[in-house]
Design a protein. Structure first.
Length: 475
């Protein structure tokens, strides 16, 4: 791989050159690692027109070709796994061991989509089930929804793209992808695999780059039928207001929580919670942010998680044993520091981390946190976790649910009845027992309630987002 990598503006299979390119610098060493085309609103409109024309052929493409397309891309991605992993680390400074995992997961997500396509069918309907009915051949089938706009964030710059474009293309849609500006090189490399595949649907995938103006042009256009977005509540709200009557799939983050019951194995829970809170520097929608601990074990658990967190290596993301690299940019560091300062001013204390060390923000644990502190009311998106003492499960679940978000929650307990109660009581799209809420399999449905969004990802469920039901009756 030659750096800096020049990201390509794809209008279908056509590569459009731009006069101006922005430099993307590695957050760790500030080296220029990619060049991003400065796209305009006109580029966005042109990409949509290409997709509109391409959809005419995409919707009629045989299913076996779409499956072969996905399988081909997955295979080629695995052949170049190390190259893709290195690019993730170059652009967003994710530790290389986790970048390699992401590259593998990306290929798996594509394979899972190909497998799920085999069941993208319908069913027959008993139209004579009621006296007002009549015996006919009635059934429904799923058909491609149309043009899909997919907008993705920086924290998983390969896998979150794949969770959108693989099901969209597999379903027979035409796609316009707008990846995060922070990792445009990753997106360009992945798109090239799709576009250059011998099984590719002509012009079915376009890629444009840019910020709010380009995104707004894509979302507000009458051409797309589906908008799939992962990012902030603020942007998700704007999309909802500006999109008009379209299918929306919005994954808008959260402030994930867990409850440590007095029956839990607190040694194991502390190890898992340290991972869940600080994986990817806390820059994960389901990063563990709030830990509610039964008062009988609070002090012991606090000591254990602090010890586990101090073991995590922070530093050079290119070292195989590094757990945490730098935050994505200086603004993220300032925000993290402001969260800590705000909590301290309200009476909390840092028992681990809390300030920059050699320009890295380390794993930070805030103790003595109370319900009214801002640090647990909003999404922190930084390597900061808060400990809150509770007297009972009932108090814990009330506080866990007292949030505008509801993406994923978890519980650590050895009591089966308590786990069963938690499954019913937790107001979230996902519930995890004896594991961190940061736990996710790509094959599962994934998505939240409340401000955490609408719709579901996971290949099988994403295929439903990118398709429509057509009802048919034969008389």
């Amino acid at each position: 791989m030659v750096l800096p990598l020049k990201a390509k503006l794809f209008l279908g299979s056509l590569i459009k050159e731009k006069k101006d390119y922005k430099k993307r610098r590695n957050p760790f060493n500030q080296k220029t690692v990619s060049l991003v085309p400065e796209c305009t609103i006109e580029d966005a409109k042109e990409a949509l027109l290409v997709a509109q024309d391409a959809f005419k052929g995409a919707k009629d493409t045989p299913l076996h070709q779409r499956i072969a397309w996905l399988e081909d891309v997955a295979s080629k991605l695995m052949e170049r796994k190390e190259e893709f992993a290195q690019m993730i680390t170059h652009e967003v400074a994710k530790p290389i061991s986790f970048s390699r995992i992401e590259a593998s997961r990306c290929a798996e997500t594509i394979k899972l989509t190909a497998m799920a396509l085999a069941n993208l069918g319908g069913e027959t309907i008993p139209s004579d089930i009621m006296p007002s009915g009549k015996k006919t051949l009635s059934f429904y089938k799923r058909v491609p929804a149309g043009v899909a706009v997919c907008i993705t964030p920086f924290n998983f710059p390969l896998n979150l793209i794949t969770h959108k474009i693989a099901p969209a293309l597999g379903a027979g849609c035409a796609v316009v992808l707008k990846p995060t500006p922070e990792a445009s090189g990753c997106a360009s490399m992945l798109a090239e695999l799709f576009i250059n595949s011998p099984y590719a649907i002509p012009d079915a995938l376009s890629v444009v780059y840019g910020d709010a103006d380009v995104g707004s042009a894509l979302v507000s256009s009458p051409i797309p039928r589906v908008i799939s977005f992962t990012g902030s509540v603020q942007v998700g709200t704007a999309i909802t207001k500006n999109a008009g009557i379209k299918k929306l799939a919005l994954e808008l983050g959260g402030n994930a929580a867990t409850y440590i019951d007095k029956s839990a194995d607190i040694t194991k829970a502390a190890q898992k919670c340290a991972f869940g809170a600080f994986y990817n520097s806390g820059q994960v929608c389901i990063s563990l942010q709030r830990i509610y601990v039964h008062q009988d074990i609070y002090d012991d658990f606090a000591s254990l998680i602090a010890k586990e967190s101090m073991k995590l290596k922070v530093g050079n993301p290119y070292d195989d044993d590094t757990f945490m690299g730098p935050l994505i940019n200086d603004d993220a560091k300032k925000r993290a520091l402001s969260w800590v300062e705000s909590a301290q001013s309200e009476g909390a204390k840092a028992i681990c981390g809390g300030s920059l060390v050699d320009d890295f923000f380390p794993p930070t644990i805030m103790a003595d946190v109370t319900d009214d502190m801002n640090i647990i009311c909003e999404e922190v998106f930084a390597p900061i976790v808060s400990l809150i003492k509770v007297q009972s499960y009932e108090e814990a679940i009330e506080k866990i649910n007292d949030s505008p978000y509801g993406l994923q929650f978890s519980i650590f307990t050895q009591e089966l009845s308590l786990a069963q109660r938690f499954i019913d009581d937790a107001e979230a799209g996902g519930v995890v027992i004896n594991e961190i809420p940061t736990h996710r399999f790509d094959v599962q449905p994934y998505g939240g309630v409340k401000l955490s969004g609408i719709g579901k990802e996971g290949p099988r469920w994403a295929l439903e987002e990118f398709s429509e039901i057509k009802s048919i009756s034969f008389y």
